[in-house]
Design a protein around this ligand. Sequence first.
Ligand code: OGA
Ligand code: MN
Length: 296
Amino acid sequence: MTPKVTPLNPKLTDFVAKVEGVSLAETLASETVEALFNALDTFAVLVFPNQVLTDEQHIRFSRYFGDLELATGDYMKQDDRRLQMELNDISNLDRSGGKMDADDPKRLFSLGNMLWHSDSSFKAIPAQYSILSAKIIPTTDGDTEFADMRAAWNALDEKTQQKCLGQVARHSQLYSRGELGFTEFREDQQQAMIPVRQALVRRHPRTKNISLYLSAHAGMIEGWTVPESRIFLKRLTEHATQREFTYRHKWRVNDLVIWDNQATMHRAMGYDNKEVRDMRRTTIAGVTSSLEEMPA
Ligand code: OGA
Ligand code: MN
């Protein structure tokens, strides 16, 4: 069966689509998987309403897109996991299923998701796709915003494009969490936070489209002073996240959303911790460094 793909975003017709007519709990034909890849190439964010999935089904579906990352990025949750290692726990629940206190360090650390970012850009080989499933959503708020980094690149003036081309940024959770005031990390956490090098501009391996590659984890541009790096990265992020390049997703229970981290950024909008929000994410590992995708 061919999935039905409908653009969802009135601002950019080739950014964000709804996909219907396919049950992700079932085994998919290779033509269906190909159709989903093609839709991702065009829209970069796909919303699948009404997909009731067990964790195993979510993981099995995700493997059609590549190998999975293990959820090692969230240092705070490692000793106390609620979900299996293939799932990032995007919830305010603890291991026993109870709600975390508002001042729980694990919750505070996860507020980093409210900064515009691309998943796993702090890994030397960053993620390709992320697949997020909504199990429990708050009665209000808790939306997620997405930004189209292809459109953002295309809209940059020539001079700024030239300034970006060939630049290498350093990404680490030290920078993103530092922005939230986290300054003290255990030795093992520091080891895991050694900055990695990423292209500031990348060419998508499938579509060959060019995107800005920004993330809250980016804290330095190589060869630049720290203040000049930070200002430039902030200016680019402001540019890339203007209303015209973004889409805000209002979640419904059992929505599943796939986004391409190679062409988008996203951020959580936040919600009242009196409510429960249970979302679970798989992440498709990358195969090459963004440094190998720098446009000539
Ligand atoms: C993520 C993420 C945003 C949200 O799952 O990677 O950043 O709204 N989530 O929870
Ligand atoms: Mn994220």
